[in-house]
Design a protein around this ligand. Sequence first.
Ligand code: SAH
Ligand code: MG
Length: 190
Amino acid sequence: MLKEMEEYARENRVPIMLPDGIDYLCNYIKEHNIKRILEIGSAIGYSAIRMALVNDDINIVTIEKDEVRYNEAVKNIHKFNLDDRITIILNDALNTNIDGEFDLIFIDASKGNNINFFKKYSVNLRSCGIIVTDNLFFHGLVKDESLIKTKNQRGIVRKIKEFITFLDNNTEFTTEYIAVGDGIAISRRK
Ligand code: SAH
Ligand code: MG
């Protein structure tokens, strides 16, 4: 069933996490005994399902604003019988209010809003929790700007660089950058 989702993502150009990125994240969740996860950007539910499958006492809240992807995610979560452990919300995460505290917050939505998501949701992070952000490499375009082809890509690269500066200068969190998948940042409270 996971293979089917990967295939659907490829065919429909849904940018799910790259294999070594999601493997790394799942290992991290296992090793650090993470139980409560908030995800920004569910797409078709692939990463949420992978994280939930790490252990049967893991609970996830995930937010998706695109209705087509949301519906696909609901279907997939149901297929895996994870309805009671994955709560999916159809909404723009910039205007969603989430109660409760999480051990891990995974930011994987619109890349231009990383700073906003980080600031907005860090109040929902348990005192020694971590925030993981995906796609810091943006397919290599952040490192090698000569690969940039469109104005839209240039804007996203600029925003990702701003986000990296924001993390580097953050007085509350320290960040480690991991070169797996499309590049992930792991930010911990100091
Ligand atoms: N985490 C998923 C992939 C997410 S792709 C996985 O690895 O399986 C990014 C998703 O974020 C897209 O489906 C997009 O619709 C959604 N998104 C973008 N901006 C958003 C926002 N402001 N609020 C909620 N979802 C958003
Ligand atoms: Mg991603």
